[in-house]
Design a binder for this molecule. Structure first.
Ligand code: PXG
Length: 459
């Protein structure tokens, strides 16, 4: 394979000198040198040393159609030649944004007919926070400003999105959360459910929402925001009892339900949106990532008629230079065409998600695995030194996860560690034999990690 880039060490040195990485300790990475990824195809990426890695994370949960789909490049090129940029602010529009908005209204659940475009998932959540509060103000209830979110949720990195998120280390940087955002406990049975029955625990955690609304007064609460399945928090799949109860509480107390579908949207759970597969009747949906399969940045906030009709009576003092960027819209539209015409979503539902579930579960017999779980093409492995008791590791949380992750990578598998939970979210196009390879490499990584954990005294 011919490469057309400078030597790895040279790129690493320049990277260390000039590039600030997200969620990274700069000094540490600078000393070690970043991994340089140079190309990708299907479910694989290659680094600058020519190593092939099975990307079980689809980039950052986003490359739904897989890498190497040149149709998206062709569409981007054509659109750049035709109309590279125009805005959607001052009573103007353009063909790609019109087509994409209309297409989203077709694929979204019944009643979602209005779209606000953003540059990313974080931007989309900023939009949703502002517009949820503005919705209530428009209805004459300006005191309904509080948004209830969940601990260990991830909603992005802007001031608003990181505030909605429930990650303590993020709140510690920059004085977050911003005003009127509160957090309740998450429906994480494995980590927090103890000996309780999972369904009873799901109900109990859902009812924390009701308790919080009653504590604050429903006349103060604008919305509840949650990921249908928590992604970055560790692929936390709530019990069946959870969402129906959340739904009941939101309706009964008249607060908006914002489903953050940034990870779960566009096919990952075997429907266009998790709201469909999990029977959630949301008012607002946050989407990004799979909308363009990560080929270009774009986010979309989807509004149910019951919200959009109220917002339409006001002049929205909100918008981004790149809201509805023509190239991003054209690429997203092509991505949605491919997902649809190639039957990727029914394939996830009927074929590849059940296959992943069955193969993933085989890892449950490993000496380090306390639980395996999956839904659609999202999977998690809970690491434990004593699977029978689900005990956590003695050392610092995340130490074991990092060891497993590194061993998996040395076997050519990109799998993420969230604390001591290993997670996957592969491209929707992953084949049966690629899932076999994923599971085989994961087992090799776990076997090697078992030895390392012994040596490190963590068992
Ligand atoms: N909502 C959810 C549910 C997300 O997962 C965002 C919003 C923010 O999207 P943007 O496009 O602004 O990043 C996300 C993003 C990880 C990881 O390490 C997860 C995300 C982003 C970066 C890293 O798992 N999710």
């Amino acid at each position: 394979m011919l490469t057309n880039h400078p030597p790895t060490e040279q790129m690493q040195a320049l990277d260390a000198a000039h590039h600030m990485h997200p969620f990274t300790k700069g000094q540490e990475l600078g000393a070690k040198g970043a991994r340089v990824i140079t190309r990708a195809d299907g479910v694989f990426v290659w680094d600058s040393e020519g190593e092939q890695i099975l990307d079980a994370m689809a980039g950052l949960w986003c490359v739904n159609i897989g890498y190497g789909r040149h149709e998206l490049a062709s569409v981007a090129e054509r659109q750049m030649r035709e109309l590279p940029y125009y805005n959607t602010f001052f009573q103007t529009t353009h063909p790609p944004v019109v087509a994409l908005a209309a297409r989203l209204a077709e694929i979204a659940p019944e009643g979602f007919n209005q779209v606000f475009f953003n540059g990313s998932g974080s931007d989309a959540n900023d939009t949703n926070l502002r517009l949820a509060r503005h919705y209530w103000a428009t209805l004459g209830k300006p005191q309904k400003t509080v948004v209830i979110a969940r601990k260990n949720a991830y909603h992005g990195s802007t001031m608003a999105a990181a505030s909605l998120g429930g990650m303590k280390p993020m709140h510690a940087q920059g004085g977050l959360p911003i005003a009127d955002i509160v957090h309740i406990d998450q429906p994480y049975w494995y980590g927090e459910g103890g000996e309780s029955d999972p369904e009873a625990f799901g109900l109990e955690r859902a009812r924390l929402l009701e308790a919080k609304i009653l504590e604050l007064g429903a006349d103060r609460v604008a919305a509840f925001i949650a990921e249908p399945i928590q992604g970055a928090g560790g692929v936390i799949i709530p019990a069946e009892s959870y969402w129906p109860e959340i739904q009941r509480i939101c309706k009964e107390h008249n607060i908006l339900l914002i489903a953050d579908e940034v990870i779960t949207g566009y096919g990952r759970t075997g429907e266009w949106f998790a709201c469909e597969s999990m029977n959630i009747d949301a008012d607002i949906m946050t989407t990004a990532k799979g909308l363009s399969s990560g080929y270009i940045p774009i986010g979309a906030s989807l509004y149910h008629d019951r919200v959009a009709e109220v917002l339409a009576t006001t002049e929205l003092a909100h918008g981004y230079t790149y809201s509805g960027h023509p190239v991003a819209c054209a690429v997203a539209l092509e991505n949605l065409r491919i997902i649809d015409e190639e039957g990727m979503i029914p394939r996830v539902r009927d074929d590849i998600a059940p296959y992943l579930a069955s193969r993933w579960a085989t890892l449950g017999d490993h000496a380090l695995i306390g639980e395996t779980r999956s839904r659609g093409l999202l999977g998690a492995l809970e690491l434990s030194p004593n699977p029978a008791t689900r005990a956590p590791f003695a050392g610092e949380r995340g130490a074991a996860g990092a060891i497993v992750r590194d061993h998996c990578l040395s076997h050519g598998l990109m799998m993420r560690a969230v604390g001591d939970t290993m997670i996957v979210s592969p491209p929707l196009v992953i084949s049966h034999s690629e899932i076999d390879l994923l599971v085989e490499r994961a087992r090799q990584g776990l076997d090697d990690a078992l030895a390392s954990l012994h040596t490190a005294g963590l068992l």
